[in-house]
Design a protein around this ligand. Structure first.
Ligand code: ZN
Length: 144
């Protein structure tokens, strides 16, 4: 898989020094998601209060794309309202569905745009989306 080298560096950086990795003692909800096609697994703890994302922590094993994406996702979404987090999540999903055509909104996605090239590789899209889908599941359960 060939990705733009600058973007590859961003992904490797998050993989080597993941943000918000290590499960919090407290949580409103915990979800576990896996991606059998690659072997990626993530456990995610979410704390929300009054519709705000207070904390996301996670632990997992998997490829560099899946773990780096968990790092980017958690760092991006913490501190946002549920509504804003949903906008960011939808923008990332749209980028992953762009078949290599999308570049992503850097203001919204920040380091998330580094995954743009992943959208060319159908087998890897699930890796990039794993943590985001775990958050979507967890937050929907809290908001329900
Ligand atoms: Zn993977």
């Amino acid at each position: 898989m060939e990705l733009d080298s600058l973007y590859q560096a961003v992904i490797l950086d998050h993989y080597r020094t993941p943000l918000h990795k290590g499960l919090s003692a407290e949580k409103d909800i915990q979800v576990h998601h896996n991606n059998p096609s690659c072997g990626d697994e993530i456990t995610l703890n979410l704390i929300m209060k009054d519709g705000q994302i207070i904390d996301i922590s996670w632990d997992g094993v998997g490829c560099s794309i899946s773990m780096a994406s968990a790092s980017v996702m958690s760092d991006l979404l913490i501190g946002n309202s549920y509504a804003k987090a949903t906008v960011i999540l939808n923008a990332f999903v749209e980028l992953m569905q762009s078949k290599g055509q999308g570049v992503g909104d850097e203001e919204l996605l920040e380091d998330g745009v580094a995954f743009a090239g992943v959208s060319k590789f159908p087998a890897r899209i699930k890796c990039a989306l794993l943590a985001w889908m775990a958050f979507k599941d967890a937050s929907a359960q809290v908001m329900a």
